[in-house]
Write a protein that binds this ligand. Structure first.
Ligand code: CDP
Ligand code: MG
Length: 136
């Protein structure tokens, strides 16, 4: 069933550094997402470790947490029908080399680690991730 959902999107340090946030936001808007809330922040390594806790056993966990805490990020709450899967589709595959034409990671991603955007992977994780960054 089609449901209006919310999902968490993050524009990662590599994209902020290249001043791509306005371009990426306009892609979301053109694709029917509304941006309900947004803030530009810099998180600590400990916060990144907490955010990516599901990946703690992965070999890339330490580098991933170093990276997400290495510079400013833009966190956003996006909404539309089926926002979680629609955002995943628009982002493209984790490795930009595998991402399809027309996806954000294909257009802007530099590598599997510097892949420009994060998006929640389930409605349950979307709620958790939104609460992580927007507690009020
Ligand atoms: O971000 P996504 O949900 O597509 O991928 P993930 O499997 O949840 O991994 C989280 C993040 O870890 C990815 O976006 C990559 O930036 C990073 N990663 C990595 O650096 N090396 C890998 N082999 C896999 C993921
Ligand atoms: Mg993921």
């Amino acid at each position: 069933m089609n449901q209006i959902e919310k999902t968490l999107s993050i524009i990662k340090p590599d994209a902020i550094e290249r001043n791509l946030s306005e371009d990426i936001k306009s892609i979301f808007l053109k694709n029917g997402f509304q941006i309900l809330n947004e803030k530009k922040i810099k998180i600590s390594k400990e916060e990144a470790e907490q955010f990516y806790l599901v990946h703690q056993s992965k070999p890339f966990y330490n580098e991933l947490c170093n990276y997400l805490s290495s510079g400013p990020i833009l966190v956003m709450i996006l909404t539309k029908e089926n926002a979680v899967s629609e955002n995943r589709a628009l982002m493209g595959a984790t490795d930009p080399k595998d991402a399809k034409e027309g996806t954000i990671r294909k257009k802007y991603g530099l590598s599997i680690d510097k892949n420009s955007v994060h998006g929640s992977d389930s409605t349950e994780n979307a709620v958790k991730e939104i609460n992580f960054f927007f507690k009020d």
